[in-house]
Design a binder for this molecule. Structure first.
Ligand code: ADP
Length: 851
């Protein structure tokens, strides 16, 4: 190759120039069969990918370099992407043989964590969002999120930065896109608060091609934020993005809003501790059969509906699936054969589908009529609505049926892709090849017979083409001048004849031309498939909804769920309800079902009961049932009537949140503030042991104030669990607050939690009761009883501890002082020469040592 690597070579100058435009990405620089990385990129990549670092050039001019083979580059790229890096792919854009001087090179794609289209970095069962944020003023923000793999784009407005950030984070984006116009402060704030890679889109003009996509978006400013995303996609992928779908505009009031904290805390899609799906609500509900269905289910649980019609439509088809067991089984089986049409459309637009993808596409589409036929038996109007508007995929199926071979290879350049009879010219080339090859086979047989040399054979290699080979031992049988000698080997001679060369010409030409034609035909088919992208996307949407609803039915049957009824009244009526996740993680039949009753005159429950009795399980149970119901699912109860909630807020007292460190109490208060500021009478608030993170009186006072505020001002439906039994007296003052408690009994000296919720406050002396059962010394228990009754009789209202009956022996300073290292240090101390700060420090040290 003409390129020579030293810093002064033209190629290195070319590298520098390209690298300067892609400072924030690893530049994969194509050199023959390798992608090479140089300088800083090489040092970093060698470490991240654990590949050998080499040098190019000598002495001071030597440049750090490392490389990965082109054919296995995908795994290396995936690894970098998974670590949150970007990779710029720089290809040779002209034939090196034809190049004058340095081969032309260009960056053809920038792969980023949010725009990667295939490989391990793309999770099948969740969307892969890139989010954008726009700031119009301090009170007007826009948030857009798009999934490049499926082409979906969403946009909404937000009133302040915190809400905008919360909305943005709810998408769990892989990266955030900003504009260069935004202030450094804003970018920094976003980087800091989101902890996500932040990129910039250069251009903000809405491309002509995209202007139709934002038609439905109501404000210019929101459109610009969508465009921010689209531009970023264009700049990174450098392709037409025909699969981008119309932007969906929504207002946050369209969905049941669950802030990030509650989402994590309620373990909707993953567990808090290890962030795994197993153990989450999603894992219990997910019996989907397609990746599209799995993604939709996740989205519905993250954004349940607030409109009754939406939820009821879903319930209707779920109910139909429940009633028709056989049809459901059939549909499940049929769905198993449906490929990820949504992501496939993306890859079709991207131009990276192969023959096998197209075969899978065909098979998926061939399943559809059967699925639709099965659905007809359900008599569901929603099912009809879903499939009624879809155009027929028949022409596409026919095209694929006629063109692509069932057993095609993964490569699209090695032939064997296109079926016979699809294209006349290709058939002719194939005939020529087949005829030529059988002519050669016949020639071999004929020559063997005529010369009598049994081992005579006709072979082929790339340098000499076809040849007749006769072994040295048999040369004596070969008539002189029969063939023309071409090559001499140690043990054989190789010959050709004029006719053989003529046939060879025909075969090779047919092979070459046929190969090229086949590739062109494949690209043509692929392009035709591209014109069906909208159909594929619409179909994908319908199939994914059907899939989620059959999954709802499947789970409803197995776990004995009931269809919830939505009421316009402020009524929660759940009979024999269960926590959907806990009930399946403990032994069958072990879960104790509970009623949850709330209404206009009883919209706050104060839940008491010993630790581990089941207070927080009861509260979460309600929240999860609300989420399930509004997502369209049936719920774990014997009977369920619910209003449609607008927000769910959950706050857990700081003492339970051990992992968070010192400022937990502050966080708890900030989160409580959010709930009291944003909740409405249609919200659900769950407060679990609020006020625990501070001293008793302090905490109790706060808890009481919060309860009163919610009761008098917000009027949201609220469950409040507490271990401050004193708060149960609030029932007399707050009209709509009711005491309930989780019961426990003593049986044969053992305390058993019944997990049963009953009306009224818990037995106040439970703590001491438990201590007695635990066999603590009698004297200690007696003393505790005494202090308790003193507290109860109001003898001690000033917040100090109950006076001790017998003072322990005081240590007299004037008697003999015992030996202790600290006392010795004190004795030695030169008090007059200490600064006040040093004195405080010393006191602190002493205290630490004594702890
Ligand atoms: P608390 O909040 O009162 O301390 P939790 O709600 O954390 O108690 O429940 C403690 C344990 O009891 C949980 O691990 C759960 O498995 C179990 N539990 C809670 N409610 C029930 C129930 N209704 N039926 C069976 N087990 C339950």
């Amino acid at each position: 190759m003409a390129d020579n690597m030293t810093q002064t070579t033209p190629m290195m100058r070319q590298y520098e120039k390209i690298k300067a435009q892609h400072r924030d990405a690893f530049l994969f620089f194509r050199l023959g069969d390798f992608y090479e990385l140089f300088q800083e990129d090489a040092l970093k990549a060698a470490k991240e990918l654990e590949i050998t670092l080499t040098k190019r050039g000598k002495g001071e001019d030597a440049i750090p370099m490392c490389g990965v083979p082109h054919h296995s580059s995908e795994q290396y790229i995936s690894r970098l992407i998974e670590k949150g890096f970007k990779v710029a792919i720089c290809e040779q854009t002209e034939d090196p043989a034809a190049a004058k001087g340095v081969v032309k090179r260009e960056v053809v794609q920038i792969i980023t964590p949010g725009t990667v289209m295939s490989g391990q970095a793309v999770s099948e069962k969740s969307n892969q969002y890139v989010a954008a944020i726009g700031e119009e003023s301090a009170h007007s923000f826009a948030v857009a999120a798009a999934d490049m793999t499926t082409g979906e784009i969403f946009v909404t407005g937000a009133e302040d930065f915190t809400l905008a950030l919360e909305e943005l984070l709810s998408y769990e984006p892989k990266e955030i896109v900003l504009t260069s116009e935004m202030s450094e402060d804003f970018k920094e704030k976003l980087r800091h608060r989101s902890q996500l890679p932040v990129s910039e889109a250069a251009n903000l003009q809405i491309e002509k091609d995209f202007s139709a996509l934002v038609d439905q978006v109501p404000a210019e400013f929101l459109k610009r934020t969508c465009s921010q995303l689209m531009q970023y996609f264009l700049e990174t992928t450098k392709r037409d993005l025909d699969h981008l779908q119309n932007v969906t505009y929504y207002e946050s009031s369209q969905y049941l809003s669950i802030d990030g904290y509650s989402r994590r805390n309620l373990e909707i899609t993953e567990t808090m501790r290890d962030r795994k799906k197993k153990g989450s609500l999603l894992s219990v509900l997910d019996r989907t059969e397609t990746a599209m269905g799995a993604r939709r289910l996740k989205r519905w649980l993250e954004r349940p509906a607030v409109h009754k019609e939406t939820a009821e439509k879903r319930q209707e088809l779920t109910a139909a699936f429940l009633e028709h067991f056989l049809e459901r089984e059939t549909v499940r089986e049929q769905l198993r054969g449906v490929y990820d049409l949504e992501r496939l459309s993306g890859r079709v637009a991207f131009g990276n589908v192969n023959g096998r993808d197209l075969i899978q596409l065909k098979k998926s589409l061939q399943q559809l009529p059967y699925i639709f036929e099965t659905l007809k038996a359900l008599n569901s109007s929603y099912a009809e609505q879903l499939i009624g508007t879809l155009s027929s995929p028949e022409p596409l199926v026919e095209l694929l049926e006629q063109s692509i071979k069932e057993d095609c290879p993964p490569s699209i350049t090695d032939g064997n892709l296109i079926k016979d009879s699809y294209h006349e010219q290709l058939d002719q080339y194939r005939d020529a090849m087949i005829n030529g090859k059988s002519w050669i086979a016949e020639l071999e047989a004929k020559e063997k017979k005529e010369t009598g040399i049994k081992s005579l054979k006709i072979g082929f290699n790339k340098v000499f083409g076809y040849y007749i080979e006769v072994s040295r031992a048999n040369l004596k049988y070969l008539p002189e001048g029969r063939y023309e000698r071409k090559q001499t080997l140690t043990n054989a001679e190789r010959y050709v004849t004029k006719e053989l060369k003529e046939k060879e010409q025909i075969i090779l030409e047919a092979e070459d031309k046929g190969g090229k034609l086949e590739y062109e035909l494949f690209l043509e088919v692929r392009k035709k498939v591209k014109s069906y992208i909208r159909l594929l996307q619409d179909t994908a949407k319908a199939v994914s909804i059907i899939d989620v609803l059959q999954s709802f039915a499947e789970v409803a049957e197995q776990n004995h769920y009931v269809r919830p009824v939505f009421t316009k009244k402020r009524n929660v009526l759940l009979r024999e309800s269960r926590h959907p996740v806990v009930e399946v993680t403990i032994d069958a039949g072990e879960y104790v079902a509970n009623d949850i009753l709330l209404h206009e005159e009883r919209d706050m429950l104060l839940i008491t009961g010993p630790n581990m009795a089941g207070k927080s399980t009861y509260m979460r149970q309600l929240a999860l049932i609300v989420i399930m119901a509004q997502a369209g699912s049936f719920v774990p109860a014997a009977e369920a009537e619910l209003p449609l909630f607008d927000h769910i807020f959950t706050r857990i007292g700081a003492a339970d949140d051990l992992s968070q460190g010192q400022s937990t109490f502050m966080i708890e208060m900030l989160e409580t503030k959010q709930a009291v500021e944003r909740a409405t009478p249609s919200s659900l608030i769950l407060l679990d042991e609020i006020g625990r993170g501070t001293s008793t009186y302090d905490g109790m006072a706060l808890a009481q104030a919060v309860i009163e505020h919610i009761h008098d001002k917000i009027k949201a439906m609220t469950l409040f669990s507490t271990h401050y039994h004193e708060l149960t007296s609030l029932e007399h003052e707050l009209a709509r607050l009711k005491n309930v408690h989780v019961s426990a009994v003593e049986e044969e000296g053992k305390l058993t939690f019944l997990h049963k919720l009953v009306e009224g406050a818990a037995d106040k002396s439970y703590g001491i009761h438990v201590a007695r059962l635990a066999d603590l010394p009698d004297s200690l228990i007696k003393r505790a009883d005494h202090i308790l009754s003193a507290l109860e009789n109001g003898k001690n209202q000033n917040g100090t501890a109950e006076k001790r009956e017998a003072e322990p022996q005081q240590l007299s300073l004037f008697e003999e002082v015992p030996e202790h290292p600290i006392i010795n240090e004190l004795k030695e101390l030169d008090v007059m020469n200490l600064t006040p700060m040093q004195a405080i420090q010393l006191l602190n040290d002493f205290q630490q040592k004594l702890k």
